[in-house]
Design a protein around this ligand. Structure first.
Ligand code: ADP
Length: 395
C-alpha cells in the first residue's frame, strides 16, 4: 500500500472551513475540526486529534488560505495525504466523482448564478488547495451524483425540449452523499440490498429521496437547491407565475423577490419569527404562536406529500429513514410525518420515537409493515470513500 493513505475531507463555506481526516481504507477518523468566521480577527477554531481532547481557541484568519495553512500546521503537514475530498453541489454538464481541475471548476462557475451561496466560495477554496499544493489531487463528489441514473420521465420538466438540450434546464437532486450513506447503512443493518427506501434528510436544508436497491429513482429536488421541500429560510417549491406576478405586476422587482425567496421564506418566513429552527418553532407553538404552529404543520404536510408520491412510485416502501439535524432530533416532527398512515401499515412506536435522538434506532412497532429508522448521516465518509476509489482507479 502507498505511504499516502489519508484523505482530508474539506467543507468550504463562505466564512468557514471544516475538515475531517480519514485513514483509508480503514475509514478511521484521525482528526477533525474547523474554523469559523474567516475574515475576522476573532475566528473560533476547534481541532481534535485522535482521541485527545479537542483544542479550542480563537485566532485571526484574514482569508481561507490562512485557515488552511493553520490546519496544515496543526496536522503536522499534508505529507501523508493522498487527496483532498470535496462535496461540491453542482456544475454544468458534470456530475459523479471528479478530479477538481480547471475545466470542472469552470463548469461550476457556469452555475454561479444558480448557486450564489455555494459555488463561488467552493471554487475559490479548491483553487486555493490547487495553488498551495499542486501535487495533491482535489477530488469532488458532486451532490447530484447519487441521482445520475434517474430517467428522463422523472427528471424532465414539461417545458420546451430545447431548454434541456441547450441550457440544461431539468431536475437534478442534491444531498446525494447523505441519502447514499443512510440508504447503504440501512441495507447493512437490514442485511439486504433489495430494499425500497424513502430517505428523509431534514436539516438546515431538507430533501427526500426514493431509493430502490441502493439507487435513487426520484427526489424532492428540482433544478436547484432552492426547490423541493420548504427549507429553514428558503421557500422550496413555489409557483413560478406567482414570482412573475410579484416581480413584474406588483413591482417588487426580481432581485427583491429572489432575496425574499432565498433568505426570508421557508419556516422562518412563514412563522414570522427571526428563526426557522425547529426548536424555536416548537417553543413558540407551545406558547400559542399560531403562525409557528402553521409553519410546523405545513412542513410536515409537504414532507408527507413527497412520501405519498414515493410510496406510489415504489409500490410501497420497506424502510422510511429520518436523518440530519431535524430528522435525527425532532420526535414531534417525526410523529407528525408518520401520523395516520395505517392505510399502508406504518405504525410508529411513540415511546421509542420520543426517546430517540441521533442514534441508529428502529422507531416503528414490530408489527409495522413499513419499518421506520433514525440513522445519523455521515456525508464525509462517502466523500472519503469516493475520493479513495477514484485514486485507486487512476493508479
Ligand atoms: P445543516 O444543514 O446546517 O448541516 P443540520 O442537519 O445540522 O443542518 O440541521 C440543523 C437543524 O436541525 C436546525 O436548524 C434545527 O431546526 C434542527 N435541530 C437541531 N437540533 C435539534 C433538536 N434537538 N430538536 C429539534 N430540532 C433540532
Amino acid at each position: 500500500m502507498s505511504a499516502k493513505n489519508k484523505i482530508l475531507v474539506s467543507n468550504i463555506g463562505s466564512t468557514s472551513f471544516k475538515f475531517r481526516l480519514f485513514e483509508m481504507p480503514s475509514e478511521k477518523v484521525l482528526a477533525k475540526g474547523g474554523v469559523e468566521r474567516i475574515g475576522s480577527t476573532d475566528c473560533p477554531y476547534t481541532i481534535s486529534l485522535g482521541d485527545a481532547a479537542p483544542e479550542k481557541g480563537t485566532a485571526s484568519f484574514p482569508d481561507h488560505g490562512a485557515a488552511i495553512r493553520f490546519i496544515e500546521q496543526k496536522l503536522g503537514g499534508f505529507d501523508g495525504i493522498a487527496a483532498v475530498g470535496f462535496k461540491p453541489v453542482m456544475a454544468k454538464g458534470i456530475s459523479g466523482t471528479q478530479i477538481m481541475d480547471e475545466p470542472v471548476l469552470r463548469a461550476m462557475e457556469d452555475y454561479n448564478t444558480l448557486l450564489p451561496a455555494h459555488n463561488p466560495p467552493y471554487i475559490a477554496g479548491v483553487r486555493l488547495f490547487n495553488q498551495l499544493h499542486p501535487s495533491l489531487p482535489c477530488i469532488g463528489t458532486f451532490e447530484t451524483a447519487f441521482y445520475d441514473h434517474i430517467g428522463p420521465a422523472t427528471y424532465r420538466y414539461p417545458v420546451p425540449l430545447e431548454w434541456e438540450e441547450k441550457y440544461g434546464i431539468r431536475r437534478y437532486g442534491f444531498h446525494g452523499a447523505s441519502h447514499r450513506f443512510v440508504s447503504q447503512r440501512c441495507a447493512e443493518l437490514r442485511g439486504t440490498d433489495k430494499l425500497r427506501v424513502i430517505s428523509c434528510h431534514l436539516g438546515g436544508s431538507s430533501s427526500i429521496a426514493a431509493v430502490v436497491d441502493g439507487k435513487a429513482v426520484d427526489s424532492s429536488w428540482g433544478m436547484t437547491p432552492q426547490s423541493g421541500l420548504p427549507q429553514n429560510n428558503r421557500a422550496g417549491d413555489f409557483d413560478c407565475f406567482a414570482l412573475i406576478y410579484l416581480a413584474r405586476n406588483l413591482g417588487l422587482g426580481l432581485d427583491n423577490v429572489e432575496k425574499a425567496l432565498t433568505s426570508q421564506s421557508g419556516l422562518k418566513g412563514m412563522s414570522g419569527l427571526a428563526t426557522g429552527d425547529i426548536r424555536d418553532l416548537d417553543e413558540a407553538a407551545a406558547k400559542g404562536n399560531a403562525n409557528a404552529r402553521i409553519a410546523l404543520d405545513m412542513f410536515a404536510n409537504q414532507i408527507r406529500r413527497f412520501i405519498g408520491q414515493f410510496l406510489l412510485r415504489m409500490n410501497g416502501a420497506d424502510t422510511l429513514i429520518f436523518t440530519a439535524g431535524i430528522g435525527e432530533n425532532s420526535p414531534s416532527l417525526r410523529a407528525a410525518v408518520c401520523a395516520n398512515l395505517d392505510f399502508c401499515g406504518l405504525e410508529l412506536d411513540p415511546e421509542l420515537n420520543a426517546a430517540t435522538r441521533a442514534t441508529e434506532t428502529v422507531i416503528s412497532k414490530p408489527s409495522s409493515k413499513i419499518e421506520v429508522r433514525v440513522i445519523p448521516t455521515n456525508e464525509e465518509i462517502v466523500i472519503a470513500r469516493n475520493a479513495w476509489a477514484k485514486l485507486q482507479e487512476s493508479h
